[in-house]
Design a protein around this ligand. Structure first.
Ligand SMILES: Cc1cc2nc3c(=O)[nH]c(=O)nc-3n(C[C@H](O)[C@H](O)[C@H](O)COP(=O)(O)O)c2cc1C
Length: 223
């Protein structure tokens, strides 16, 4: 696959087929993705892959938590800035509305929106998942390195015919996930990622999120 095709065909997939994913393919992707650059070559990423029984167990536990109406746990980092302003606030709102429009769930139907959101905690039906964590001593530059690693993973997954959805929603269950993957106390959970084959029939996967016009964020000097 050409790099351009991998970039263009990567979308966040929110409905997966149950088709299994070969653990060896994932090992290959995760290993090659470590060629991603990182400041000072720190390679600050830590990855836990969860599949098979472990994934089934976590799914069941999340289902129980949600059914019992368990409150989310305190987050360990701000998923968004506390006072998200325009244009970022608008972009967030817009992608959410575009997704719910595809699902036919109106704004007023908060219960249906909550039910849909809960699919996150089923990894959208994916047969494989990973969690990314980082040593608590690391700062913003190293967190950006995590992003480089994760995007490299998502592009290489396309090369294997696989799809993904990065999932920061797991940051609202840091204790549950910390226990499930036996995260050492010095490490902080950043996000999860659902991995599998996209369900082409599902309307949510037809969402192609907008991008701001380049004039909003790009400047050339001297060209
Ligand atoms: C770090 C990160 C965390 C994300 N967390 C979630 C999530 O919890 N649930 C979800 O449905 N999408 C999540 N997304 C997907 C974004 O909403 C998506 O990337 C964005 O809307 C752009 O759409 P695209 O990925 O299809 O291009 C996350 C993306 C990133 C990069």
């Amino acid at each position: 696959m050409q790099i351009q095709d991998a970039v263009a065909s990567r979308h966040s997939i929110r409905a997966f087929l149950p088709t299994p994913v070969d653990p060896e393919a994932i090992r290959k992707v995760l290993t090659l993705a470590a060629r991603a650059p990182s400041g000072g070559n720190l390679q600050p990423w830590h990855i836990d892959v969860v599949t098979g029984d472990a994934l089934a167990g976590l799914r069941a536990q999340m289902r129980r938590n949600l059914m019992e109406g368990r409150e989310p746990e305190p987050t360990e980092y701000d998923i968004y800035p506390p006072h998200l302003r325009s244009p970022w606030r608008d972009r967030r709102f817009q992608v959410g509305e575009a997704m719910y429009a595809r699902l036919g769930i109106p704004r007023e139907d908060k219960a249906a929106r909550r039910r849909w959101f809960a699919n996150n905690f089923d990894f959208f039906g994916a047969p494989m998942a990973l969690f990314c964590s980082v040593d608590r001593s690391m700062g913003p530059p190293q967190w950006s390195d995590l992003g480089m690693y994760l995007q490299t993973v998502m592009l290489l997954l396309r090369g294997e015919g696989l799809d993904s959805c990065a999932q920061e929603c797991w940051a609202i269950y840091p204790v549950t996930i910390g226990k499930a993957i036996e995260l050492p106390p010095e490490r902080m959970l950043f996000c999860g990622m659902a991995i599998g084959h996209r369900n082409r029939e599902h309307p949510v996967n037809g969402l192609v999120s907008d991008r701001a016009p380049v004039e909003e964020w790009l400047r050339f000097r001297g060209a």
